[in-house]
Design a binder for this molecule. Structure first.
Ligand SMILES: [Zn+2]
Length: 296
């Protein structure tokens, strides 16, 4: 029986307050496990939105659809309104997620800041950012984080190294096809990477008609031969795109997948047999820029 891991990236205050509770309901109804990865510091979504306008990125996605998914208020954070601190504003929602029995982990401190800078920054900057998210996670949950999934699939060698320093056993920081260990200067890191194997809904939406999105994704998993990691977003599948997510969950169930968290999936792996790969970057259809990828 194959596994389908549900990894939920939570990027914004609105996603944490509105999308996360919706997803908890949907997942419970489907008896599905999942891992929620939180953005724990300031919400600077507005910075990204400004960049989006500057780059003419909206030729692909209409302005109305960006407003529809994210909302005017979220898109103003960091521009018209100061960016609210998600971890202090949404502590109760984060704790409720854990109390509902779902795995929780670190997505990032400041999503936009990390995504725009992480690849090229030095050790000092990297560790300082990561320590902020770690401290906030501990403050909210009263325990050390078990796992990590990088914002925008952006990392650097210091960040991967820091996961080991935190005794993280498994993380999902890039895109790929199967679990592996990273090699840094010829030596394997001890944590296991569980890369996202499927395209995200927004990547598929950039390419296909909305009506086909669920069928297209289900066509990629039809064989039920390999395990998969699917990344979803509280801001999308937890809000306007929830009906598509419910169709996906039902479809994966009927294809024979067990829907699990990262922790449950990690527990099934034969750790001795995992391959090692160096850090690599590459492009993914439907998404701008380069991301951490699994070579091969
Ligand atoms: Zn994210």
């Amino acid at each position: 029986m194959a596994f389908l891991v549900l990894k939920i990236d939570v990027d914004t205050l609105r996603g944490t307050c509105e999308g996360v509770p919706n997803l908890i309901q949907i997942l419970r109804k489907a008896s599905a496990g999942a891992t929620f990865l939180f953005s724990l510091g300031p919400d600077h979504t507005g910075w990204a939105f400004r960049r989006v306008f500057q780059r003419g990125f909206l030729r692909k996605v209409s302005r109305t659809s960006v407003f529809k998914h994210y909302g005017i208020k979220t898109l103003s954070y960091g521009i018209l309104l100061p960016g609210p601190d998600i971890g202090t504003h949404a502590t109760s929602q984060m704790r409720a997620t854990r109390a509902s029995g779902f795995e929780v982990g670190i997505h990032t401190w400041d999503h936009v800041y990390w995504q725009d800078n992480a690849r090229i920054r030095e050790r000092g900057w990297t560790i300082a950012q990561m320590k902020k998210s770690y401290a906030r996670f501990f403050e909210i949950f009263g325990e050390e984080p078990w796992t990590h999934g990088a914002a925008g699939w952006q990392m650097n060698e210091h960040a991967f190294d820091q996961l080991d320093a935190w005794n993280i056993l498994y993380a999902s920081d890039g895109r790929g096809y199967s679990p592996y260990r990273l090699m840094l200067e010829g030596l394997p890191l001890s944590h296991v990477q569980l890369p996202t194997t499927l395209p995200t809904l927004d990547e598929v939406l950039h390419r296909r008609n909305v009506n086909n999105v669920a069928n297209y994704l289900l066509s990629l998993t039809r064989d039920n031969e390999a395990d998969h990691v699917f990344t979803l977003h509280a801001e999308l599948e937890g809000q306007k795109l929830a009906p598509i997510f419910e169709r996906l969950l039902a479809g994966w169930r009927s294809q024979g997948y067990t829907l699990v968290s990262m922790a449950d999936y990690y527990a099934t792996l034969n750790l001795e047999s995992l391959p090692w790969h160096p850090i690599a970057w590459g492009k993914v259809p439907g998404r701008a820029g380069e991301l951490i990828i699994q070579p091969g």
